[in-house]
Design a binder for this molecule. Structure first.
Ligand SMILES: [Zn+2]
Length: 390
């Protein structure tokens, strides 16, 4: 099936001006000057892109696709994500993770959920593991999961500096990263070790020690939730300076003065002249957002969602917090490169047709995932297998 998007302003993420895009089945077959693409004898669906901006679909590298939570007992296990939730947020690619609960949730069910999302129209990969070390896998080790299971591209989210972590020793931490590195090499994957950071004083200490004492490069790992308090964020800025990548978690507005919003964090990174090319953003969607008191007791619970992910992008876009190109890199292109998701994160010939068409107000008009329209003229088109949305 052919689709032709005409007269749209393209950010590839680079601003390449107004162009036409030909989609052939799941791929971008051509990006050309307006009017140049001519097709005869074949049916072509035409999409008027005038006045709209085209950018690569968002990549959300930390999603509890199976549901997270459970920290307040069985009734607090968060629900699974639906393909509609992702489409409505412009997210065309997710990387799924487990969380605190590695007893009633399993990497194999995470894999099944990723496959289901892909059948329903998304792109999905997963991490082996959960909060604890040693961490659960499908085949017995992170290394063999990376080599043998196509959808596993790293290990995560492994908890550090958090009262819910397994209090891993530095050696245990290092072994996990080494498993990721070698497994990634053998499996032709990025093999990223993705770390959940809590509010604990140890912060990123293990990561700093790793690059000081071992041969493992900073880019083998990424810490997330790095703007949850100011001390940790300071370390995160230092980590970028040393060549590392960090992930920021979108969410509701910060609770208290210690937490930085994604916008504030990005502003600080920019003001410090640090490369935004080493920053990704994720939603933590369908994880629970537990609220603890000073004693570490759970006093409340909400569920994270991807609406905050889109809302954050829209704010950055509308208020010009970053340049257009930088905003797209942070929400898509950087993650594609870091996690080695080939064919993702760019609007270029040969790349997969994961595309967003947005209007002036950064509202989603079209969402394409592998050439399939999940949203068309602002209306949700995709339906999950058990969808209740009419
Ligand atoms: Zn987390």
């Amino acid at each position: 099936m052919f689709q032709l998007i005409s007269q749209a302003r393209i950010f590839s993420p680079k601003d390449t001006g107004v162009k036409d895009i030909l989609i052939a089945d799941e791929k971008i077959a051509a990006v050309e000057e307006p009017g140049k693409i001519k097709i005869e004898g074949l049916e072509v669906k035409k999409i008027d892109g005038s006045g709209l901006v085209v950018l690569p679909g968002f990549i959300d590298p930390h999603v509890h696709i199976l549901g997270g939570g459970g920290e307040g007992g069985p009734a607090t296990r968060a629900p699974e994500i639906r393909v509609e939730d992702c489409a409505l947020a412009g997210v065309t690619t997710v990387i799924g993770c487990l969380g605190t609960d590695s007893i009633t949730r399993h990497v194999s069910s995470l894999l099944a959920k990723a496959r289901a999302l892909e059948i329903e129209g998304l792109n999905a990969w997963i991490y082996a593991g959960a909060y604890n070390l040693p961490t659960p896998t499908i085949t017995g080790s992170v290394r063999s999961d990376l080599v043998l299971i196509d959808k596993i591209i790293g290990a995560g989210e492994i908890a550090l500096s958090d009262h819910r972590s397994s209090q891993p020793t530095y050696e245990e931490f290092l072994q996990l990263v080494a498993e990721c590195r070698v497994g990634g090499m053998l499996g032709g994957k990025a093999g990223i070790a993705h770390f959940h950071l809590g509010d604990g004083n140890r912060g990123l200490d293990y990561l700093f020690r790793m690059i000081k004492e071992t041969e493992i490069p900073a880019t083998q790992v990424i810490p997330t939730h790095t703007s949850r308090n100011r001390t940790l964020f300071k370390q995160a800025m230092e980590w970028i300076k040393l060549g590392g990548f960090i992930d920021l978690t979108t969410g509701p507005e910060p609770q208290g003065a210690e937490e930085l919003s994604v916008v504030e964090a990005l502003n600080q990174i920019k003001a410090a002249n640090l490369p935004l090319s080493r920053v990704t953003v994720s939603s933590d969607s369908n994880g629970s957002l537990p609220v603890f008191n000073e004693k570490g007791e759970l006093i409340g619970l909400t569920v994270a969602n991807q609406r905050d992910f889109l809302r954050t992008f829209q704010q950055i876009w509308r208020e010009h917090i970053l340049s257009r190109q930088e905003a797209i890199q942070v929400f898509s292109t950087n993650a594609a490169g870091f996690y080695k998701l080939s064919g993702k994160g760019k609007v270029e010939t040969g790349f997969e047709a994961d595309l967003l068409l947005i209007n002036e107000a950064a509202e989603l008009q079209y969402v394409f995932s592998r050439g399939k329209a999940l949203i068309e003229k602002g209306q949700l088109k995709v339906k999950g297998t058990f969808s209740t949305i009419q």
